[in-house]
Design a protein around this ligand. Structure first.
Ligand SMILES: Cc1cc2nc3c(=O)[nH]c(=O)nc-3n(C[C@H](O)[C@H](O)[C@H](O)COP(=O)(O)OP(=O)(O)OC[C@H]3O[C@@H](n4cnc5c(N)ncnc54)[C@H](O)[C@@H]3O)c2cc1C
Length: 427
């Protein structure tokens, strides 16, 4: 830990420190009344990541810059706002201070919005070389590794080894797992055979392993069935009620003893809270989310709030807390920002209520599933267009929208993905 202090210009206004420029932190900082508060945003990256499209970066569909928003640029016109590129490594609730890689910082109000991290259920060592998909560098690492495997497969003469270099195992049948499997299937069926005419992509297997009895838990039964059917038609080998118990030397072992050889294993099997030391006393087992009241105040504190994936607000329609979705994070941030306009007189604050606008997942070209409130379900081409429209509108920045739209149009008509570069840092 660093004992220096982070320098922030003096202000007579109370200081709100926000940890994390994800969906929740970003929305909150945009909406904080800058005549009433000084805001300091801390993040370990200098950009916001639009995580729902990370899988397209990993599968060479989009450049990382098109799903990222530089934080300084987003807030260039905000007054009484300061950004610091730091990792927060300790929170001292009683001292009203956070400790970071660049020093300590005092707060009047703290908002913890640092999301989640990949959950290996306490046994990361069992999954050697598995690729998580939570951050942009991870998506790039996956893209590089997969493409390098294809290049190296050209020089391998042993047919089993060669097939293993092409194979992909995806662990977890939630939206990310479904989207990644669908994207790999499209690469295999339409794109890679043109790039590598010497490789037989008929040999490439894509396995999707899900521990429960259905894909897309949390979506309607209809959408779950439609997603399963679509993936199966695309040649993805889906195994339900199966768990990957280890991944060593490029072999994924399932709980029934089945062994799947694959040089690529994508871990999309769940997340756990990104708990910062100092906040353990406020975390709720088993997922370590921070227990908050209806105003997002961490229970047991007076001036520390939590938003988004890391917050747990059980009650009402959500006895186990809200789903860990971007919409929840954004709505919670809007509610807190609105309440903060009334100062800390909580008499005038309103409690958070989540307005469910529906959920969706894409599987591939002309294939998506959408559930809307009121028991309305779509699948196929219409759902795919709805999915694209919603994601395009949600992405940060007009430039990114145009770039993504152009990429999607190009990919649609040419069956091509232009970003198949293997980029390594250094020489
Ligand atoms: C691959 C993927 C696909 C998804 N698809 C969808 C989807 O289609 N629809 C949907 O609604 N939701 C989706 N989600 C979930 C959605 O992205 C999350 O619910 C949302 O990001 C939560 O927002 P947040 O602000 O709580 O956290 P995040 O957006 O994760 O932001 C956390 C921020 O905190 C920063 N941070 C973390 N620790 C520290 C630290 N110690 N110090 C400083 N900074 C730190 C991180 O860099 C990050 O910027 C997806 C998630 C993933 C991973």
């Amino acid at each position: 830990m660093n004992d220096r202090s982070i320098h922030i210009p003096h202000s007579p206004l109370p200081r709100i420190v926000v940890i994390g420029g994800g969906f929740a932190g970003l929305e909150l900082c945009k909406r904080i009344d800058d005549t009433k508060y000084q805001t300091v945003l801390l993040d370990r990256y200098n950009f916001h990541t639009f995580q729902p499209l990370l899988y397209q970066v990993a599968t060479a569909g989009l450049e990382p810059s098109s799903i990222s928003g530089p934080l300084r640029n987003i807030f260039k016109n905000k007054r009484n706002f300061h950004f610091r590129l730091v990792e927060v490594d300790k929170v001292c609730v009683d001292e009203h201070a956070v400790h970071t890689t660049q020093g300590a910082l005092r707060f009047d109000l703290l908002v913890v919005a640092n999301g989640t991290k990949t959950n290996y259920f306490g046994h990361k060592e069992k999954y050697e070389g598995a690729f998580p998909l939570k951050q942009t560098p991870q998506a790039l690492a996956l893209r590089n590794s997969t493409l390098r495997n294809f290049e190296e497969a050209l020089s391998v003469t042993n047919p089993d080894e060669r097939q293993s270099m092409l194979n992909v195992v995806v662990v977890g049948g939630g939206p990310t797992g479904v989207e990644v499997s669908g994207a790999y299937s499209e690469l295999r069926n339409k794109i890679l055979p043109c790039d590598y005419p010497e490789l037989d992509f008929g040999l490439m297997q894509i396995h999707l392993i899900e521990g429960s009895g259905q894909l897309l838990n949390g979506m309607s039964k209809k959408s779950q069935e439609n997603a399963l059917k679509a993936l199966t038609n695309m040649g993805v080998q889906v195994r339900l009620n199966a768990r990957v118990v280890s991944y060593q030397n490029h072999v994924a072992t399932l709980n029934d003893g089945t062994e799947l050889r694959a040089h690529t294993l994508v871990w999309a099997a769940g997340v756990t809270a990104n708990l910062i030391p100092g906040l353990e006393a406020y975390a709720q087992a088993p997922s370590n989310r921070l227990l908050v009241d209806g105003h997002q105040l961490i229970v047991g504190t007076k001036n520390v709030y939590a938003l988004g994936d890391i917050a747990l607000m059980p009650g009402g329609d959500y006895p186990n807390g809200h789903p860990q979705l971007a919409q929840v994070a954004i709505q919670q941030a809007k509610c807190l920002a609105k309440n903060l306009r009334h100062g800390t007189d909580t008499e005038r604050w309103t409690a958070f209520r989540y307005k469910d606008k529906g959920s969706m997942a894409t599987i591939g070209r002309n294939q998506a599933v959408v559930d809307l409130p009121g028991n309305i379900h779509f699948h196929g081409g219409l759902a795919w267009f709805i999915w694209m429209f919603v994601h395009l509108m949600a992405i940060i920045g007009f430039r990114n929208r145009v770039v993504i739209l152009m990429n999607w149009i190009w990919n649609y008509f040419t069956y091509d993905r232009s970003i198949r570069l293997i980029l390594r840092a250094g020489s």
